[in-house]
Write a protein that binds this ligand. Structure first.
Ligand SMILES: Nc1ncnc2c1ncn2[C@@H]1O[C@H](COP(=O)(O)OP(=O)(O)OP(=O)(O)O)[C@@H](O)[C@H]1O
Length: 291
């Protein structure tokens, strides 16, 4: 295991009772401080893979190591101090009468109490922007804020790796952006982030690496730009790159260059650059940065 690998998976296969082969011979390293997106169509094996990372499933064939330790030698509660998991539906993780108790539950179970417990609760809630909601009843908060409470509960365990399963499912645009911005700030603070999603626009904007699963195998693995620059291969899993990337690919001839654009700003810059080259705009024209 390389020293900066935080999740190391070797020859992992998983067959469910009944015979469904959900994972087949997976070899995968996830490195410290990466922001990784895992994508794939329904049934590709994403949840099964995540469940192996958090120890809910233990390998019967192959090996999963988290921070150098074999998951078979750790209880799920021990692993939760290393890998935090945020479910797609935050309501399935909320049960306490106040936000404070919700966030305190995990660390108190580890025996943390007193000032340290209070500090963990307040700093986790401040990180997600809910420092003023300590006494609220979690289920009365908006869906976006309920997801943030769950993220704070995970943060209070101080895990090095944070896994978000479809974090933007059912969220509006503002909720999506806030959750992904929180994930980015956690990554900037040194955490490793793993996100499973069907939302290609968000993955293009926030992740640095994409792992594509197809029928239980790793179909593609590379930087976001590299994966979205191979649309035919991606389409074999019935996934299309984000609309803006596809638009850019169709405009190659007009723009005089073959590039993979991940967001509107990149495509806009290329359009302006081309307009300057062809004299439509004065040389050196600058497009304003998005606020
Ligand atoms: N508990 C189970 N028992 C039997 N088969 C299962 C079980 N859980 C998942 N499967 C099957 O294993 C395969 C992989 O499922 P998995 O949930 O890991 O895929 P996924 O990529 O997460 O799908 P989705 O995007 O729909 O959540 C599917 O064929 C699924 O039906």
């Amino acid at each position: 295991m390389k020293s900066d690998s935080v999740v190391s998976i070797k020859a992992l296969s998983c067959t469910y009772p009944g015979g469904v082969e959900a994972l087949k011979d997976i070899d995968l390293e996830i490195y410290r401080n990466q922001f990784v997106g895992i994508i794939g169509q329904n049934g590709a094996g994403k949840s099964t893979l995540l469940q192996h990372m958090i120890g809910l499933l233990k390998p019967k064939q192959g090996e999963v190591k988290v921070l150098d330790t074999d998951t078979r030698s750790m209880a799920v509660s021990q692993l939760a101090t290393k890998v935090g998991f945020v479910l797609q539906n935050p309501d399935l993780q909320l049960f306490a009468p106040t936000v404070r108790e919700e966030v305190a539950f995990g660390p108190s179970n580890l025996g943390i109490e007193g000032r340290e417990l209070e500090e963990r609760v307040t700093s986790s809630l401040e990180t997600v922007g809910l420092g003023n909601q300590l006494e609220s009843f979690p289920l009365t908060l908006s869906k976006g804020d309920r997801a943030k409470v769950v993220i704070a509960s995970v943060l209070a365990m101080n895990p090095e790796i944070i896994i978000l399963d479809e974090p933007t499912c059912g969220q509006d645009h503002k909720g999506n952006t806030q959750i992904m911005d929180i994930a980015t700030s956690l990554r900037n603070a040194g955490k490793t982030i793993i996100v499973v999603t069907h939302n290609m626009d968000l993955i293009a904007r926030y992740a640095e690496r994409i792992i594509v699963l197809k029928k239980g195998r790793i179909h593609m693995d590379g930087s976001v730009r590299e994966i979205f620059s191979r649309p035919e291969e991606l389409l074999e899993t019935h996934i299309k790159p984000p609309y803006i990337t596809r638009l850019g690919q169709r405009l190659d001839d007009c723009l005089g260059r073959e590039e993979t654009y991940l967001n509107v700003e990149e495509l806009g810059e290329s359009v302006v650059r081309r307009a300057c080259e062809t004299g439509t705009l004065p040389a050196g024209h600058i497009i304003p940065k998005r606020e």
